[in-house]
Design a protein around this ligand. Sequence first.
Ligand code: FE
Length: 284
Amino acid sequence: MNPRRLDKIIRANAVREGAGVTVHRTLGTPALRNLDPFLMLDHFGSDNPDEYIAGFPEHPHRGFITLTYMIDGHMLHRDSVGNRGDLKAGGVQWMKAASGIIHSEMPQQSAGLMRGFQLWINLPAREKMSPPAYQEHPAEAIPVHTGNGPRVKVLAGRYGELSGPIDDPHTHLQYLDVTLDSGEGFSHTLPAGQQAFLYVFEGDASVAATALPRHTLAVLDDDGDSLVVQAGADGARFILVAGQPLGEPIRQHGPFVMNTQAEIDQALADYRDGVLVQESAPAS
Ligand code: FE
């Protein structure tokens, strides 16, 4: 085993998004514009039952995938392709916006709590204008390693004998939610060439003796075949995300992520002209 080292550490910025939702953003800020194939990571949450959460009313996306993981609370959603529902705590939603989706995402508290993550995953050029696609899996469909050692929920990829339900065919995505007791260690194999990061959201951890406090994203270097994490005195909980880089030019303008400026101009024109959505729900 040749454990990877840390390449970069990003402390989260608290930013206001949507109609007044505070999110902790790491990936997708000036400190780290993107991390091929990943474009953005938002950690949203509230533990104040009196806080009004307005959510994310109708807005467009083109050219990539949004992956939403609700930890506490739930999220009402509807989109222009006809998907609508309530993503419950522990569930995961994979939405391939591709040629264009307009949707609303309205996180809701349960017992005063609401927490989750949204990750943006880029699409290869050949897929950017393809039809949208959708996968949703409830908590019961996500395997959990319990018993001896770390508690690991496998959203995508593999951990031991467990394999996650999300299939992200372009990046061979791995997405684990790992909980460690005080001082406990975690190790995992990471294929060479995969871009990988972890984000600590409870307690604190360390990699290669470098401390990672809560709300820190740690980018791993690409030299090595594994990851070793050590929890601090209060234990730790983090997500580990890895995927195959696309190696293509990235041109981003807000919710549109394409390869060239001409394609961004086209997306803006299509949105303005009301033709961003090319595949829409059957009239009901
Ligand atoms: Fe969205």
